[in-house]
Design a binder for this molecule. Structure first.
Ligand SMILES: [Zn+2]
Length: 187
């Protein structure tokens, strides 16, 4: 049985698209998802947990985390191929994220005779996560709360800037503003 994930509400009609300030862009770890029930405050991952996660995953996984969504091929790109039938007769279709390669969208489709022809429609969609060849995991380890794309971006940025003092970063930003103004004056 596939556990419906709330990480991508657009694939899970049971979850309202807008939930608090997170909206539909929130990516949650499975721990957060399991705690995701009406009226329950979902635990947010700490900065330390996010930093540790960011250190342990590939750039491709970070890209999906920072983007807040996976890059699944379109039907035209992937074609429409079914690779199983569930216990209720629905057709199963699986799509792997072309970026992180760890997320697999499992769709259920039904076909119905309408008039003289068969009409197909997607009736359900869930995400599954594979473990990478080197043991890489998309979801944060148990005990972490869910991570938002913003938290992941903040962590990546902080690591990239970790060799500089705040004063140096501010100075460089001010200098960049001056040179940008000079460039636009020339145009
Ligand atoms: Zn992905």
């Amino acid at each position: 049985m596939v556990t419906p994930t709330a990480a991508f509400p657009e694939f899970n009609p049971a979850v309202p698209a807008a939930q608090g300030s997170q909206g539909s862009s929130a990516v949650r770890s499975i721990q957060g998802e399991q705690a995701d029930r009406a009226g329950v405050v979902r635990p947010r991952a700490s900065d330390d947990d996010v930093d540790a996660y960011v250190d342990g995953v590939s750039d491709e996984v970070l890209a999906c985390r920072e983007r807040g969504r996976h890059l699944f091929p379109t039907i035209r790109q992937a074609g429409i191929h079914f690779t199983g039938v569930d216990e209720t007769g629905l057709l199963l279709r699986r799509l792997r994220c072309g970026c992180c390669r760890l997320a697999v969208k499992v769709e259920k489709w039904e076909g119905a005779q309408v008039g003289g022809r068969t009409r197909f429609r997607r009736v359900a969609s869930n995400l599954e996560y594979r473990v990478g060849v080197d043991g890489e995991q998309y979801l944060a380890p148990a005990g972490s709360g869910f991570m938002t794309p913003r938290q992941v971006g903040d962590s990546v940025a902080s690591k990239a800037l970790s060799g500089s003092t705040l004063a140096a970063v501010q100075r460089a930003a001010a200098e960049a503003a001056v040179s940008e103004a000079a460039v636009s004056d020339e145009q």
